[in-house]
Design a protein. Sequence first.
Length: 317
Amino acid sequence: MSKHILVCLPISAEQRTRIEAVQGFAYRFTTPDTATVEDALWADAVLGNLPVPLIRQNDHLEWFQSNTAGPNNYLEPGVLPEKCIVTNATGAYGLAISECMLAMWLSLLKELPTYRDNQREHRWAPTGHSVGSIAGSRVLCVGMGDIGSNFARRAYALGAEVVGVRRTVHPDTPCPDYCTRVVAQSALDAELPQADLVALSLPGTPETLHLFGADRLALCKLGPVVFELIECLSGDCVHADFLEEHGEGVDHICFQVDDLEKEIHNFEEKGFRYIEGDAKEGFAYIDADKVGGMKVEMVDYDMMAFYERLLREQTED
């Protein structure tokens, strides 16, 4: 009697024809959303992620092929028969997911969401920020399996310097030609401060759970962030008020915006009080003490360019 193969995948007519061309089996086609208990009980083998409540009712299943790399839910005790062979889709998604990662990185570097919004509003204007480039960036690929290595290859091809991270590294293991080096996970903290991008492609295991917490995120680059130290020498100002009320500490956080008046209006609509500012000078302070314990400053000029110019002038003097 022919074995029963339940294909629980959203496939095309061409893919179905190719599967049915393998003779000697009885096939039934469904999807995770349309599968029934009868489908589950009929199967000797399941290709695709048949919902756990259905598949666990089959006590004679011989083979389960997951369409993901991590079939964790199916490995729980009592879901599959003890002698059922389990295979996964490791190696199937490296190209697709690495290209999605690359697309997201480019979108952030080139500020494509901002340009998209400008286009919707029929506004032809620069973002006011300096865009980045993949070329010359330092990429830290944490996890060098199928997805990680595919992404590393593409980043390297576009001019990035790639450092790979594996759980362990053996001295006799050659370094891939698309990596500057490959280090062990124990060296992760030393590599994070130099990375412009951290690409994680790790399996969901107890060892990788909470691998990145607040302590490790604090080691990462901040990007275009300026810390401003302010000393009040004379006169009244919002900074002097803060010192009097709270003592030394974080007075405000500043954001660069495209439309200062629009953002002031948005804050006021949400119940935040405008403290002071100067539209001509391009800055404004908002009282956000009730949500963050500090003020919010907004500017409509290039902050990084401003501080770089200020630093040059002070150095020249």
